[in-house]
Design a protein around this ligand. Structure first.
Ligand code: SF4
Length: 308
């Protein structure tokens, strides 16, 4: 089946990871859900798009925490830290409550407008949220808020007069071999006194993710965008759930390895494309289903069950 209007090709770390994790998931996510928001689309596109919009509870917590941090003003603070912590907790609670109420009370609306309403995977699968999921969410919020106000980044940004927070677009990108590469940065700031660029990734999960490709991608983006050497680029992973942070400086050798990874990844992605000029994918059956324990947490499970 040819897609009438295929999406434009791009590279991102999330796309690379999904292709490795399961090619069928990659197919739904990046090709067969395309235009699923249009009433004229195929049933498969509509269903894949609807499922693509389902979010897990930990992801919603992460989004709400990052939004609360983005809303935080480092310049105009007269309240105490305790008052800020309370305000941040309240904001995250409200965001999650809104998501929960939409999930519970607007299932039909979500079905028809999945880009407007939220659906939580945990609720979608069971019809309710289990006590341990609610408890885990409360623990995550508390740990993330407390860690933020104790973090190295927070302490550093208090001396805001010596630091410039750089504006970011919703989607930062850079070109490599004529391919658009998207980069996700939570926070970027510059210290004019030392000419250092600091990229901060807020990690809200239970596990630390320090992948070389992600670190090198951030460094490559700053190097290209601001035309600065690698030794002034710091990448800091702040582990909000776990506490603590790690700071990295990427080397020229690691940037070379990153180029190699991207080249290989692009070659593999192109194996699934029929006409590279139009990014027209091969038929769905050409994307193998890589079944594993991850299927339980995969939003496309019901589509795979149909074709199993
Ligand atoms: S349910 Fe499993 S096999 Fe199907 S797309 Fe998801 S990860 Fe792949």
């Amino acid at each position: 089946m040819l897609l009438a209007n295929p999406p434009r090709f791009f590279w991102s770390l999330a796309r690379h990871n999904q292709m490795i994790e399961c090619p069928r998931k990659y197919a739904y996510q990046y090709y067969f859900s395309h235009h699923g928001w249009l009433s004229s689309s195929t049933e498969l596109a509509k269903q894949a798009y609807r499922l693509k919009k389902i979010v897990t509870l930990p992801l919603l917590v992460g989004q709400a925490v990052k939004q609360a941090i983005r809303n935080y003003s480092f310049t105009t603070n007269t309240e105490s830290i305790e008052e800020h912590m309370t305000a941040m907790r309240n904001f995250i609670d409200q965001e999650l409550r809104r998501a929960y109420l939409q999930t519970r009370d607007h299932g039909d609306d979500w079905y028809h407008e999945p880009n407007v309403y939220t659906m939580m995977l945990e609720y979608y699968q069971k019809g309710y949220l289990a006590d341990y999921e609610i408890q885990q969410t409360k623990t995550s919020i508390e740990r993330c808020v407390t860690s933020f106000f104790r973090s190295k980044t927070f302490r550093e940004l208090q001396s805001i007069d010596l630091i410039q927070i750089l504006p970011q677009e919703a989607f930062c990108s850079v070109e490599l071999n004529s391919v658009k590469i998207f980069v996700s940065l939570d926070l970027l700031y510059h210290k004019p006194t030392t000419n250092e660029y600091i990229i901060v990734n807020w990690q809200t999960g239970k596990q630390a993710h320090d992948h070389l490709t992600q670190l090198a991608l951030c460094a490559f983006y700053i190097q290209q965008t601001y035309n600065v050497p690698l030794n002034v680029i710091q990448i800091r992973n702040e582990y909000l759930y776990l506490g603590g942070s790690h700071t990295y400086y990427v080397t020229a050798k690691e940037i070379d390895e990153f180029h190699h990874t991207i080249k290989e990844s692009l070659m593999n992605m192109h194996l699934y494309i029929e006409h590279s000029e139009y990014n027209q994918p091969k038929p769905l059956s050409a994307f193998p289903m890589k079944q594993s324990t991850r299927c339980k947490q995969c939003v496309y499970q019901e589509l795979c069950e149909k074709t199993d």
